[in-house]
Design a protein around this ligand. Structure first.
Ligand code: ADP
Ligand code: MG
Length: 289
């Protein structure tokens, strides 16, 4: 155990439980790429922010981060500056629309593609300082399973798996759930089905994944909701504006609002939340030891 990890332990110990418990950490992932994870993360975060919650997105598609592009902002600093010890975690936060906070994982910086254990530990140490200052931290990951995304899932309360109704996306979503579950049975999954043409298509898609996970992994997965196939998403991407702002009444925006209302209405298992939050980034460190 190195000094940094010990430092993290002390930091977590010294944190006031009640403020610490305030922050819920979510990882957004998918098996296949291009399924709409980043658009979902950004607009879901905005919907929560518009409902009065404080949200921070960490764009963890490290080296190929693009939440900033979707939001039309240019972060001055990113993860690279943190790891180079040039800036601290608070200094690399960029404020976007409606004061939404983002930390960019950096883009086009090759060094970021090969993070060392020390880098990850240092990031975890710094990130733990954000606990209590926001209501939600959302990690938007790249597609597929990497050590980095696994670490993030292990440090989160919930992992949201985004899929589309396409068979390739469904099988890849199940594949990632299966792999992650085999490595850690504590990780809780929720599903979002994006690009549905009817509600029925959404239900059929999520039922397929739920059934297989129950049958073969004895794992219960719940559904957060469905987002319609909507041309306004691509139009908003081209305008570099979140679709929730550019087209607040389009079907995808309405879906995001109802999905976030459902998300907020779900009761957290307080016991699980308490235990998890206390150990949140410490777990990440312990795994990296
Ligand atoms: N619900 C949707 N309806 C129509 N097009 C969508 C939808 N969701 C995503 N897209 C399209 O897919 C593209 C990729 O989305 P993105 O969020 O960048 O995916 P990921 O982060 O999973 O790679 C978007 O630029 C958009 O054109
Ligand atoms: Mg993305």
């Amino acid at each position: 155990m190195n000094d940094q990890a010990q430092g993290l332990r002390n930091l977590i110990k010294s944190q006031n439980d009640s403020s610490d418990n305030k922050t819920k950490v979510l990882t957004i992932t998918s098996g296949k790429g291009g399924v709409g994870k980043s658009n979902f993360t950004l607009n879901f975060a905005l919907a929560l922010q518009l409902k009065g919650y404080k949200v921070l997105i960490f764009d963890a598609d490290i080296g190929m981060a693009n939440i900033d592009v979707l939001m039309g902002v240019t972060p001055k600093y990113n993860l690279y500056h943190l790891l180079k010890r040039e800036k601290n975690i608070k200094e690399i936060i960029t404020k976007g629309v409606h004061d939404l906070q983002i930390i960019s994982g950096g883009s086009g910086i090759q060094e970021l593609l090969h993070l060392s254990q020390t880098d990850l530990e240092y990031f975890a140490y710094e990130a733990s300082k954000l606990l209590g200052s926001v209501d939600f931290i959302l990690f938007d990951t790249g597609a597929g399973l990497t050590q980095q995304s696994l670490n993030l899932m292990m440090s989160s309360h919930e992992t949201i798996v985004v899929t589309t109704p396409e068979p390739t996306s469904i099988t890849d979503a199940y594949a990632i759930i299966k792999m992650v579950h085999s490595m850690n049975q504590q990780i809780q999954f929720k599903m979002v089905v994006n690009r549905v043409t009817t509600q029925k298509e959404g239900t059929l898609t999520s039922d397929k994944i739920k059934m297989v996970a129950k049958q073969f992994l004895n794992l219960d997965i719940s559904t957060l909701g469905y987002i319609s196939e909507d041309v306004h998403i691509s139009k908003a991407v081209k305008k570099q504006e979140p679709f929730l702002m550019a087209y607040p009444n389009c079907s995808a925006s309405r879906d995001i609002h109802s999905l976030s209302r459902f998300f907020l209405s779900e009761k957290d298992d307080q016991n699980r939340l308490n235990t998890n939050v206390k150990n949140i980034f410490y777990k990440m460190i312990r795994m990296l030891k």
